[in-house]
Design a protein around this ligand. Structure first.
Ligand SMILES: CC(C)(COP(=O)(O)OP(=O)(O)OC[C@H]1O[C@@H](n2cnc3c(N)ncnc32)[C@H](O)[C@@H]1OP(=O)(O)O)[C@@H](O)C(=O)NCCC(=O)NCCS
Length: 135
């Protein structure tokens, strides 16, 4: 049974394997844990001890939040876990004004079903730092 938590208490890097599928230069589980610890808010989906999905948000805590990462492990996709993580995160951020996500066009329907809408934006990437090795 999958359970949900927004606490990182007791979570260790070894529980965070298998994420960043397809990334050429993925963050290690240790770096992943630091990303979660540095976030404004997180929600995790757990199957027993194993983290099978996560969503993280960074924020100024007043107006704006950005959701840089959401992922469900491949074997657990298509079961509603990603939607539940996003619903919980949007609920946790509901006192803020703007909540933004950058995504490929093919994933837009996933967010639209949760009440989000397409927008335009700009971005810059330091690809050498994709694994988090810059810090
Ligand atoms: C996107 C993601 C988080 C969705 O999680 P999930 O647990 O599979 O999503 P759900 O089971 O809640 O799916 C809800 C609906 O969205 C749809 N959906 C899920 N992923 C989709 C995608 N990549 N593109 C289009 N639709 C998608 C599903 O078909 C489902 O619709 P259905 O109920 O009619 O079948 C997951 O597919 C994932 O981790 N993908 C790889 C990482 C990624 O792309 N992250 C998003 C970066 S912006």
């Amino acid at each position: 049974m999958v359970t949900y938590t927004d606490s990182l208490k007791g979570i260790i890097a070894e529980q965070l394997t298998g994420f960043f599928v397809g990334w050429p230069n993925p963050p290690s589980p240790d770096v992943h844990l630091r990303m979660l610890q540095g976030s404004y808010h997180v929600w995790l989906a757990l199957d027993g001890e194993r983290v099978v999905g996560f969503v993280s948000a960074i924020s100024d805590g007043v107006l704006s939040a950005f959701i840089p990462t959401i992922e469900v492990l491949p074997d657990y996709q298509g079961q509603g876990i990603g939607s539940e993580l996003m619903r919980r995160m949007l609920g946790s951020l509901s006192s803020l004004y703007s909540i933004d996500v950058i995504c490929d066009e093919d994933v837009q329907p996933f967010y639209e079903r949760l009440g989000m809408r397409p927008y335009s934006g700009m971005t810059h990437r330091n690809y050498d730092n994709q694994s988090g090795g810059g810090h």
